[in-house]
Design a protein around this ligand. Structure first.
Ligand SMILES: Nc1ncnc2c1ncn2[C@@H]1O[C@H](COP(=O)(O)OP(=O)(O)OP(=O)(O)O)[C@@H](O)[C@H]1O
Ligand SMILES: [Mg+2]
Length: 342
């Protein structure tokens, strides 16, 4: 089960392997009311979802997580695990005994702009992740407190990539697409997560501290209404749609300028073109948001359905609700997709 503990919405998706086929066998989405308790939302999600499994994968995001793409001399994975602490000391702004470190060699070699020559076969790219232990422990405690069995803790941006891989391009397309990038962008409540894939592998990721909450605040300010009224209006603008779009435009402008900066950086650094943006997260449901992002970034952008093509156990899942929220489920689906590796 993938449990996405978002800052506004708890999302849980259960995937069961039926033979080799991943099937969605459970789903729940519970909003945390303002000032409400996340633990209660998790408990409600488990009541609603009628899940079979207690095995849960969660994720972290935000300022307790540091992700770096570093260039290192080529070495075995064992050697890398030894060497990574020394490397981490240079890149991680926390005390090393207060973090959990992990790393993963990448198949793409370091590109332009790094200290090393891209043709140097003696170098490799390594993904380095550090997360504050306190954050991990709090999360594991929250999961254990619900009587669940935590299996792994991922990072939101990488869960996006795993969701993409679950129903994404076939192998041959990945190989043929070395010079084309696809950007997975999840616009949540308080943050936007970006992961750019090249040949199916992450080559850049970043979080921007802008999301749906900023849109709601902008609406409340412009229209002089309370936050909860602004939230309702954002979701059901009716005849006020044009006014609403004007109110959220400055937020989308800030967001897209950060996205564009990131994509330009990747393109320059990696020597590729990011052709397509796949959008997820509740924030993209705001009126006009997708069109705005598409126009402002001058790239093809569309809402991403991370469960497209997956079979749904209709006897166990509220299909109508699931389909209404598919684009919010990318992180949860990516977390659940680890069932394939279990
Ligand atoms: N119909 C809608 N129209 C506009 N915005 C919506 C709609 N439905 C949900 N949202 C917004 O989506 C956001 C929640 O999305 P999501 O579930 O992706 O966030 P989250 O995962 O809880 O947040 P984060 O990832 O930042 O921790 C909220 O800001 C909410 O206002
Ligand atoms: Mg989220």
């Amino acid at each position: 089960m993938g449990l996405d503990l978002g800052s506004q919405v708890v999302k849980a998706v259960e995937i069961t392997l039926e033979g080799p086929e991943p099937v969605i066998t459970g789903f729940a989405r519970v909003e945390i009311p303002p000032g409400g308790d996340r633990g209660a939302a998790i408990a409600e999600a488990f009541k609603k979802g009628r899940f079979r499994s207690k095995n849960v994968v969660t994720s972290v995001s935000g300022q307790s997580v540091v992700v770096r793409y570093v260039s290192m001399p080529r070495m075995s994975e064992n050697e890398l695990r030894q060497a990574i602490r020394i490397e981490a000391d240079r890149y991680v702004p926390f005390e090393l005994d207060e973090v959990k470190l992990d790393c993963q060699p990448l198949s793409r070699r370091p590109q332009k702009g790094t200290e090393t020559d891209p043709n140097d076969k003696e170098q490799m790219s390594v993904l380095l992740v550090a997360c504050r232990l306190q954050t991990l422990e709090e999360q594991v405690k929250a999961v254990l407190g619900q009587g669940l069995a935590p299996q792994a803790v991922d990072v939101d941006v990488f869960a996006l990539a795993n969701a993409w891989e679950l129903c994404g391009l076939p192998e041959e397309a990945k190989e043929g697409e070395q010079e084309k990038g696809v950007a997975l962008i999840d616009v949540g409540h308080v943050r936007t997560s970006i992961n750019v894939l090249c040949g199916g592998e992450t080559c850049f990721s970043r979080e921007i501290g802008i999301g749906g909450h900023d849109m709601t605040q902008a609406v409340a300010r412009r229209l002089g209404i309370e936050l909860h009224e602004a939230e309702n209006l954002k979701r059901n603008p009716g005849e006020q749609e044009a006014e609403l779009q004007r109110a959220i435009a400055p937020v989308l402008e800030d967001l897209t300028s950060e996205i564009t900066l990131s994509l330009d950086f990747v393109e320059h650094h990696e020597g590729l073109r990011v052709e397509e943006i796949l959008l997820s997260g509740g924030g993209i449901l705001a009126p006009g948001a997708i069109t705005y992002i598409e126009q402002a970034t001058a790239r093809t952008a569309r809402a991403w359905n991370p469960i497209e093509g997956l079979r749904i156990a209709v006897d166990r899942v509220d299909v109508e609700e699931l389909e209404a929220w598919t684009s919010s489920l990318a992180v949860a689906v990516g977390l659940a997709s680890r069932v394939r590796a279990a």
